[in-house]
Design a protein around this ligand. Structure first.
Ligand code: GLN
Length: 475
């Protein structure tokens, strides 16, 4: 069985196709591992392989996928890490989950996450924190920490999560795996329990870049049920590149300078990776993204503003929890929300409601939107000179559980390098670039909208040169 677990998803699919292993056997091997999960990565695990599993001829071959809790899955708990949705089993399935099942990746389980995807450590989950498989005293990152930990620990061959301001890339970095945030609009948001609708994007967590390409190519496409989804131009190609000849990489000094608080070990790994990129034929030069350091401030107005509107629907009437007592309607609403939401979610609702309130709207929300436009323009200008922008994914490696819970600003700073790309709506990938004091470090590449194929290709070449070994986390 350990041999099965060591296969990448693409290798497993190939063996199934060749008749060397049965899809149900692979499903059961992972199902058993997921059911014995000691990392608290799963909130629900399937109890049997689906009947259609193993049907030959599907492009994903029957290799099961773990799915972040916030994707609605018909008849299966979908609680977005929140007490207010406890016991909610939706009557429908999110488009990307349905697409993956159709392509031959059945649902293995639902993964733990920060409540409503708000967080960078997974400690904001109503279902308890997730542990990092590299060191169980440390966080896996967030908000998609369950998906990242499950893939890194070999409890799932691959997984999906969502990235609003770093929630795929940062946990991928902290867990030593690959995470891709696609172009905004590339994947349908239908059935994703919303955090910030103008930023939320689904994407893959995988052991290598090839698997990421294979999974994401079956997630993208326009969906009539999400008016912000777009027809993907062409098909996402499987990566082949072994070098970076002719590619121009920009290192944005506005982000990688002293402001971001990048740890020495992370900086070392970043610089070593830059050297490898040069060795593969890329040219590397500093570039400017002058407004990017303001991204975090803009994000923490825009995302809470949208969240305050999106979370208004949780009122004890339509979903999950209701705390009624003997009172009137408004008291029932407030008691339900008081008992159902955690501290971080309440903080964001208050921030967002304030930023949108009459008299303050222009000063806060309006200004943040202008900053967002400036950041998108910065990237557009940079991509006239560079193919990709590269940074470390996160300024630090996995930190200890509890280390940042009393300091929201320190927690928010984790996303300093990830949020600019989210505000600009552009794709970005994190690949493991090595270890710092035994903990994984992530390297981020970002490209123009719909450059996923090229981005994956470059990441693939770099991955080959880095030669990261993640086996230690899969025990
Ligand atoms: N950590 C960021 C936040 O707390 C990003 C979360 C996300 O991408 N969902 O909002």
């Amino acid at each position: 069985m350990s041999e099965l677990i060591d296969l990448t998803a693409a290798q497993a699919a190939e063996r199934i196709r060749a008749g060397e292993i049965a899809a149900a056997e692979l499903f059961d091997a992972y199902r058993e591992r997921a059911a014995r999960d000691e990392l608290n990565a799963f909130t629900w695990v399937a109890d049997a392989a689906p009947e259609a599993n193993g049907q030959s001829g599907t492009p994903l071959g029957g290799v099961p996928v773990a799915v972040k809790d916030l994707f609605c899955t018909e008849g299966v708990p979908s609680q977005s890490g929140s007490k207010i949705l406890k016991g909610y089993r939706p009557p429908y399935t999110a488009t990307v989950v349905a697409k993956l099942a159709e392509a031959g990746a059945p649902l293995l389980g639902k993964t733990n996450q920060d409540e409503f995807a708000m967080g960078s450590s997974n400690e904001n989950s109503a279902f308890g924190p997730v542990l990092n498989p590299w060191d169980r005293r440390r966080v896996p990152g967030g908000s998609s920490g369950g998906s990242a930990a499950a893939v890194a620990a070999g409890l799932a061959p691959w997984a999906i999560g969502t990235d609003t301001g770093g929630s795929i890339r940062q946990p991928a970095a902290l867990c030593g795996i690959v995470g891709l945030k696609p172009t905004y609009g590339a994947c349908s948001r239908y059935g994703m329990i919303a955090f910030a609708s103008s930023l939320d994007q689904a994407g893959p967590f995988t052991r290598d870049v090839h698997d990421a390409a294979l999974l994401v190519r079956h997630m993208v496409g326009r969906d009539p049920r999400d008016s912000t989804s777009l027809e993907y131009p062409g098909e996402i190609e499987l990566p082949r590149a072994e070098d970076l000849k002719g590619l121009r990489l920009g290192v944005p000094e506005d982000l990688t300078g002293s402001e971001g608080g990048i740890e020495p070990g992370v900086r070392e790994s970043f610089e070593a990776t830059i050297k490898l990129a040069e060795g593969l034929g890329a040219s590397i030069e500093p570039c400017r993204l002058p407004h990017a350091p303001q991204a975090l401030s803009a994000y923490y107005l825009i995302a809470p503003a949208e969240a305050s509107a999106n979370l208004a629907r949780f009122d004890g009437v339509r979903y999950g929890l209701r705390v009624a007592g003997d009172s009137d309607l408004v008291t029932m609403y407030s008691r339900t929300r008081q008992a159902g939401f955690g501290a971080e979610v309440k903080r964001r609702i208050m921030l967002g409601t304030y930023a949108l309130s009459s008299g303050y709207y222009d000063a806060y929300y309006g200004t943040a939107q202008k900053v967002r436009t400036k950041i998108a323009e910065d990237f557009r200008a940079a991509f006239e000179q560079f193919d990709f922008i590269v940074t470390p994914t996160s300024p630090c490696t996995a930190f200890e559980l509890g280390a940042k819970m009393d300091n929201p600003l320190a927690m928010y700073l984790n996303d300093f390098l990830a949020v600019p790309m989210s505000l600009a709506g552009i794709p970005a990938i994190s690949i493991p670039s090595g270890l710092s004091q035994g903990l994984p470090v992530g390297f981020q590449l970002a490209g123009p909208a719909f450059s996923e194929s090229r981005l994956l290709d470059a990441a693939h070449a770099l991955e080959g040169a880095i030669g990261f070994d993640g086996r230690q986390a899969r025990r």
